[in-house]
Design a protein around this ligand. Structure first.
Ligand code: LAG
Ligand code: CA
Length: 474
């Protein structure tokens, strides 16, 4: 439940809207070598198709059945991806949408062939199958129009319809069995874990009841006997309502959205980095916190939005991700995006509904509208750093408001300078020796004396970051 099942590796990447064929190739050609734990993939289930909205990315958050057929590919493609990624030691984590089915008032046939009808009182999803009695009864929802509109009341948040999405009645054994059946199918294929979408809108005991029905992970996909599904739950707790992240600790990790605001603030004002993790704010304890600088929602103003740093500001973004991976709080995910002009826009396409391939340029960057932050040199090097220093704590913390530095046990040392330069004599915590900066591909280095002190110089406006470690880099 709490182990991502990736042999101690520390960083997941969300390949938002990528096709299964591209993810399989990315595992083999890049992620395995770069030391990634695994990939969060977009929802793999059959979903509504919305030409009238120009096939927005969010159509995949309106499932029609648990058949593995989506805009990212067929079940055969999905299985092939999971197997190929597992065989190079990169795990797959599914974005699981199980709080609800489609929005109300929708009907049609999904891409895997299942029909759906949520018009009027109809709640027909024969592909599962679900029908009207499997949705939360109206009298359980204390809101005037049946939609979530009062975050101070848990029954409102969890029993009403989230943006008019037909809400599954998680109290029922039938619904629990259906959702567990979907998850056990993923497990049998070799998926290592899930993000539970909209977990805040589900009762923790309903999630627990589903998880209690799950099988162990299959040994034929390289999981040690007795391995459990890794679970991280999307709970947006910004100290703005009745639902708190700690209600979900027994059922897995929780997304810590306050970290997104905190790191954005810290990059703007380095002084704030000193108290980045603020348990007074109610931030999740480290061994339950699932953290990220931005996600597919808040990078485009959805899911509550917020003040976050994204790839659109590369200089700040590199600092935000570097700091996130350097410090010791939480389990980390990095975002891999596509460029967009409006917040509904779907992924790069071949016209209409068909998602375009990810193209890889000769220099290793991506083309065709894909940003591929995870391929930026700083990100790749910091993944190496985080894996290497795993298990050590931060110490020798130094921060003068313009530059910051700290060590990770006696394994690593990190420094960052907001204005692009710094020159300080600092305690590195490292054994004596010469260490090169992996961020600039070892163009610069530091000499650590017998007392652990070193002269730390940074002179690089675009990437004002230093990361050195025992046994990394050149
Ligand atoms: C999540 N977290 O709790 C996802 O991270 C978030 O991306 C999902 O919303 C949400 N839960 C439901 O799974 C996304 C979009 C919404 C979109 C929804 C369903 O952010 O904008 O709603 O997916 O596709 C759309 C329309 C709404 C409409 C609704 C139902 O924007 O206006 O009411 O569909 O028809
Ligand atoms: Ca609900």
């Amino acid at each position: 439940l709490y182990d991502p099942n990736c042999n101690g590796k520390q960083v997941m990447v969300h390949l938002f809207e990528w096709k299964w064929t591209d993810i399989a190739a990315e595992c083999e050609r890049y992620l395995a070598g770069a030391g990634f734990c695994g990939v969060q993939v977009s929802p793999p289930t059959e979903h509504v198709i919305l030409p009238e909205n120009n096939y927005p990315w969010w159509q995949r958050y309106q499932p029609v059945s648990y058949k593995l057929f989506s805009r990212s590919g067929s079940e055969a493609d999905f299985v092939d991806m999971v197997h190929r990624c597992n065989s190079v030691g990169v795990r797959i984590y599914v974005d699981a949408v199980v709080n609800h089915m489609t929005g109300t008032g929708r009907s049609g046939t999904a891409d895997g062939g299942s029909t759906y009808n949520s018009v009027g009182d109809a709640r027909d999803f024969p592909g599962v199958p679900y029908s009207a009695e499997h949705f939360t009864p109206r009298d359980q929802c204390p809101s005037g129009d049946g939609n979530v509109n009062d975050y101070s009341n848990p029954a409102n948040v969890r029993n009403c319809y989230l943006v008019s999405l037909t809400d599954l009645y998680g109290k029922l054994d039938y619904v629990r069995d259906a959702v567990a059946g979907y998850f056990n199918h993923l497990i049998q294929v070799g998926v290592a874990g899930i993000r539970i979408d909209a977990a805040k809108h589900m009762w923790p005991e309903d999630i627990a009841a589903v998880l209690s029905r799950l099988n162990d992970l299959p040994t034929d996909q390289g999981f040690p006997a007795g391995s459990k599904f890794y679970v991280f739950q999307e709970v947006i707790d910004q100290n703005d309502g009745a639902i708190k992240v700690d209600e979900y600790y027994d059922t897995g990790y929780v997304t810590e959205f306050r970290y997104c605001s905190k790191i954005a603030w810290g990059i703007k004002d380095y002084g704030q980095l000193s108290n980045l993790i603020d348990y007074g704010w109610g931030m999740a304890r480290s061994d339950r916190a699932f953290i990220f600088t931005d996600n597919h929602d808040n990078q485009r103003g959805h899911g509550g939005g917020g003040n976050v740093i994204t790839h659109e500001n590369p200089r700040d973004y590199k600092q935000a991700v570097a700091y996130t991976l350097a410090q010791d709080y939480g389990f980390t995910r990095i975002m891999s995006s596509y460029f967009f002009e409006n917040s509904d826009q779907g992924p790069p396409s071949n016209g209409g509904y068909s998602t375009a391939d990810v193209t890889i340029n000769a220099d290793g960057s991506c083309g065709g509208g894909w940003v591929c932050e995870h391929r930026w040199n700083v990100m790749k090097k910091m993944v190496e750093f985080r894996n290497l220093v795993a298990g050590t704590t931060m110490s020798n913390y130094w921060n003068n408001g313009n530059a910051v530095a700290f060590s990770r046990g006696n394994q690593g040392f990190f420094a960052m300078a907001k204005q692009g330069s710094m020159s300080e004599t600092l305690q590195t915590g490292l054994p004596a020796g010469s260490y090169c900066n992996i961020i600039d591909d070892c163009a610069s280095s530091i000499q650590v004396g017998a007392d652990g002190m070193a002269q730390v110089n940074i002179n690089n406006y675009e990437e004002p970051i230093m990361a050195v470690c025992v046994g990394c880099g050149g």
